[in-house]
Design a protein around this ligand. Sequence first.
Ligand code: SF4
Length: 421
Amino acid sequence: MKTNINLACADSKGRLYEYPHLAAVGRTGEIIKPLTKKELVPLPAGSSLTMLPRRAALGVDKQGQLRSARGLPYVKGPLYAVAALLPMGYARTYLPAAKGSPGAAPLPLFGYTAVCFCEGELYAAAMRVEPDNTTWDPQRYNTPELKERVLNICSRSPENRILEHLAVCALEYGCFTAQNIFYRRWEGGVPVSPACNARCLGCISKQVSQCCPSPQERISFIPSVREIVDIAVPHLAEAEDGIISFGQGCEGEPTLMADLLMRAVSTVRNQTDCGVININTNGSRPDVIQRLARAGLNSIRVSLISPLPAIFNAYVRPRAYSLKQLKETLHVAMEEGLTVSLNYLIFPGVSDREEEVEAMVEFLCRQPVHLVQLRNLNIDPDVYLKSIPLRRGRLLGIRGLCARLKAEFPHMILGSFTHYQ
Ligand code: SF4
């Protein structure tokens, strides 16, 4: 029996509707195709839905023709496309299919995912990549007692500018790693760098490309060793599965603060050997990673948009470094005994193209890592696709990409976030 997989759309007020006249479709790169049940999962708990302004919802009619959702008798005005924003632990397999009106502004920096109705229930084009995302479960965050915790910890260290900055991240931006500093648990973020040596198109802390507003304010000062240590030591000593992470979404590149980090990490490790000290980095400074590893750093996560130089350079627009330094950073990190993760920013129609997958397999053969975190790239799909070189070759699908990586690297973890080890 044929399963009804119908289009989801919204009116100008963002009210959601099932559109029974068109079957739902998904987009991968420039290709739009009907969604099938095996490509869908029930909309994960903790997902949010967003209407795509000035973008018509697309679906296919009974003749297989691609059409925009025209109207519904009980809805005034045009119907717009909608997308899901998935919680940690899920990799999207299709983008939403939408037709933008001329002059429509670029969408904000989020990981837009195709969403539809299946037998009347909401489903998303996604796959689960983390068996357990308890520590990133949205229901464990933004809880009623958070504000009091923030005020309490900040009042104990009124001169600590990082805490003041993290209070805004926790309460206004809803950042999970900032909140964990105040919940005193799991992975807590400690931003240290106002500067960066890259200009990523989808940078969430500073939009030099003006593609769209950056969702958070980048830290504007260089903290002191004391400010860092006063946050890190109690977190590592007291938190459940405590991780301190430098290199947050609200800062630039932490390795540019090499001497500061060296002194901070050594001081922290002189005071406690509990927990994990992690750094999220763009991989531009292998020399700094070697020094930090010898000072007490435990793990590293290196961000990678693509192993293909043309796409890497077009997206990252690095200053005075290239994929060469990034690869060297992974080698140094392994040699120094760090736990090594790759933060692979995936995008349907780019990351699952045969040429990209082959290059990724070769990349991981030459630069092995313990964990590949599959992260949905947060950017307006049209802005991204227009900014990177044209791509050719067969599409394997995000599921095909994962199956290939699992087959080639059975001992490597495919996940979604930094694990406590
Ligand atoms: S490396 Fe990070 S901080 Fe620097 S531009 Fe890219 S995303 Fe932004």
